[in-house]
Design a protein around this ligand. Structure first.
Ligand SMILES: *[C@@H]1O[C@H](CO)[C@@H](O)[C@H](O)[C@H]1NC(C)=O
Ligand SMILES: *[C@@H]1O[C@H](CO)[C@@H](O)[C@H](O)[C@H]1NC(C)=O
Ligand SMILES: *[C@@H]1O[C@H](CO)[C@@H](O)[C@H](O)[C@H]1NC(C)=O
Ligand SMILES: *[C@@H]1O[C@H](CO)[C@@H](O)[C@H](O)[C@H]1NC(C)=O
Ligand SMILES: *[C@@H]1O[C@H](CO)[C@@H](O)[C@H](O)[C@H]1NC(C)=O
Ligand SMILES: *[C@@H]1O[C@H](CO)[C@@H](O)[C@H](O)[C@H]1NC(C)=O
Length: 499
């Protein structure tokens, strides 16, 4: 979401009293200390490890193994990159050949690092039940971000997360860390471009922007270092601040998704080779692999789920963040004209439901939402493909609250409801919490089934078996379950193609 107008107002009101003070985290004395750790599913037997350091590493390395006191394996890369205005280098190492669904211990090689652990990805076709969380529009917490009800009196008992994050979404992800296996986050991460919201930042926006990124990814690390954290772009990754028509004034490094690409470009996956016995499916999957452009659009498989990330910001007709687009963020394109949609069609066509019965799509801007702020060009570009290939559930954010819709196509509810609909079910999981606050539910639509904007919240998706997917919304501060629904799909057709 955008708050440009209120920001301009605040700029005018507050500039007079501003004291320049970007809230950078303290730089560790040992510059090889890993910060901002994050892992991701990178392939069927593969986990990528990303982290930042305050100096360039000649050879970023990760040691790992299945026992915490025997990290006998080591993988290194030469990938340590930065961009103008960043204080840190972003490092990436990809671990391959992992035994599936197994706990691994790993240590980023440094004179000042500790052992962490992850659960390696379930192979495509593993029908074991598991859950994933969807959190969107999260934002930094604290001096540069949102402080829940401005109440900082509550303190946390979770040792691994910053105590001030108690009762935030990050805090809830920490207390429930054994309840889910991965997290998807389609866009709007730190809200670094909202530095303008705090008076103390007004005279030093360039540093404030970087300070917010450092703080946010430090706050997220206890979660993202342990659970695969799958990222795709939102409008807040596009440029240095959201005042319309001014992105040309952004310093190099703070426009056109630069930090997002540096951070996630080498760790998000492409598309997996098909494990279907069907040759047409293999050819489609190979095509999708060539057309994928992580971290902007890509897919991955995990157990009984095929998950596709789309880019609702650039790279389709009338894309809002593209040059000339409605958001005036002057970004992209990142592929040739039509590449993203060709990818999406090939990728969805390749899915063999006997291997991965569930097909989900994640993106940032919704077209189904209460409050009348849907992305019409997104609907025109993506909805027909989602319907044609029988996507089961589509997850969006951008609107800062939680919403669930009946399965719907072309603004018409599917008469089957949750009992084996042809149309995708849609949710908005944009209530994770950020400096812009929650969006009011606003005007209703007839196919809405649930909407909540009273407190911060996120979605938990539990894949029970090949036919039942439970979708819940969780109130971050209390853990209360706000809404539960179960989508039943018969998944009788191996390759869905419907008109
Ligand atoms: C080592 O890392 C910890 C955080 O993981 C940090 O607090 C400490 O300052 C670091 N020590 C040095 C010498 O850099
Ligand atoms: C450590 O693990 C490797 C295999 O990963 C094994 O060959 C080796 O024997 C183990 N060492 C110890 C001391 O257990
Ligand atoms: C193979 O997959 C294609 C879609 O990729 C589908 O149209 C075709 O029917 C499948 N063939 C068989 C034998 O299942
Ligand atoms: C944004 O970056 C992409 C890829 O690096 C580049 O092709 C594109 O031209 C850039 N767009 C703008 C507006 O600078
Ligand atoms: C969508 O619905 C409108 C009427 O509301 C109709 O004119 C249009 O043909 C429909 N489009 C599709 C693809 O079904
Ligand atoms: C919107 O309307 C639907 C259908 O009348 C209703 O079920 C739903 O609860 C309403 N949602 C909100 C947020 O009022």
């Amino acid at each position: 979401m955008t708050s440009a107008f209120s920001a301009v107002k605040r700029l005018t009101v507050l500039a007079a009293g501003a004291i320049a003070a970007a809230s950078y985290p303290a730089k560790p004395a040992d510059l090889t200390t890993p910060v901002q750790q994050r892992i991701a599913i990178n392939g069927p037997n593969s986990i990528s490890v990303g982290w930042n350091t305050y100096e360039k590493l000649d050879q970023p390395c990760v040691q790992y193994g299945t026992s915490s006191d025997n990290l006998s394996l080591q993988t290194c890369s030469t990938s340590s990159v930065t961009y103008p205005t960043s204080r840190t280098y972003s490092n990436a190492v990809v671990l391959t050949g992992l035994t599936p669904a197994t706990t691994y211990y790993y240590k980023i090689v440094s004179t000042n690092s500790s052992v962490e652990h992850f659960f390696s990805p379930r192979l495509p076709g593993d029908k074991g039940a598991f859950s994933m969380n969807a959190v969107i529009d999260m934002g930094v917490y604290g001096a540069d971000g949102y402080t829940i009800k401005m109440d900082q009196t509550k303190r946390d008992t979770i040792p691994s997360i910053d105590p001030s994050l108690n009762h935030t979404t990050i805090g809830r992800l920490a207390t429930t860390v054994d309840d889910y296996e991965l997290v998807v986050h389609p866009g709007d991460f730190a809200y670094a471009d909202d530095w303008i919201e705090k008076a103390k930042n007004l005279l030093d926006g360039e540093n404030a922007f970087e300070a917010i990124l450092e703080q946010f990814y430090d706050q997220l690390a206890p979660i993202a270092a342990r659970k695969p954290y799958m990222a795709s772009p939102g409008n807040h990754e596009a440029d240095c601040q959201e005042i319309p028509y001014t992105s040309a004034l952004c310093p190099d490094g703070q426009k056109n998704f630069t930090d997002f690409m540096n951070r996630f470009g080498r760790t998000m996956p492409s598309a997996f080779p098909s494990t279907s016995a069907n040759d047409t499916a293999k050819v489609s999957a190979n095509k999708a692999q060539m057309l994928a452009n992580p971290p902007f659009w890509y897919s991955f498989e995990y157990g009984m789920v095929h998950f596709v990330m789309i880019n609702t910001e650039t790279d389709f007709d009338d894309a809002p963040d593209a040059p000339g687009g409605s958001a005036h963020l002057d970004s992209g394109p990142f592929g040739y004209a039509g590449q993203q949609l060709e990818f999406l069609a090939a990728d969805l066509a390749s899915v063999d439901r006997s291997v991965t019965p569930w097909v989900l799509v994640g993106g940032h801007r919704p077209w189904y939402t209460t409050g009348g702020d849907g992305c019409t060009p997104c609907q025109a570009a993506f909805e027909p493909l989602l319907y044609k290939y029988g996507v089961d559930l589509a997850i969006f954010g951008h609107v800062h609250n939680s919403q669930r819709f009946q399965p719907v196509y072309n603004d018409t509810a599917d008469a089957a409801g949750l009992r084996d609909p042809k149309a995708p079910m849609y949710i908005v999981a944009g209530g994770a919490g950020n400096i812009e606050g929650l969006s009011a539910v606003g005007s209703n639509v007839s196919y809405n089934a649930f909407a909540y904007a009273d407190d911060f919240s996120y979605a938990r998706l539990s894949f029970q078996d090949a036919n039942n997917l439970q979708v819940q919304f969780i109130r971050s501060s209390t853990g209360e379950i706000l809404d539960t629904s179960t989508l039943y799909k018969s998944h009788t057709e191996r390759f869905v193609m419907q008109s």
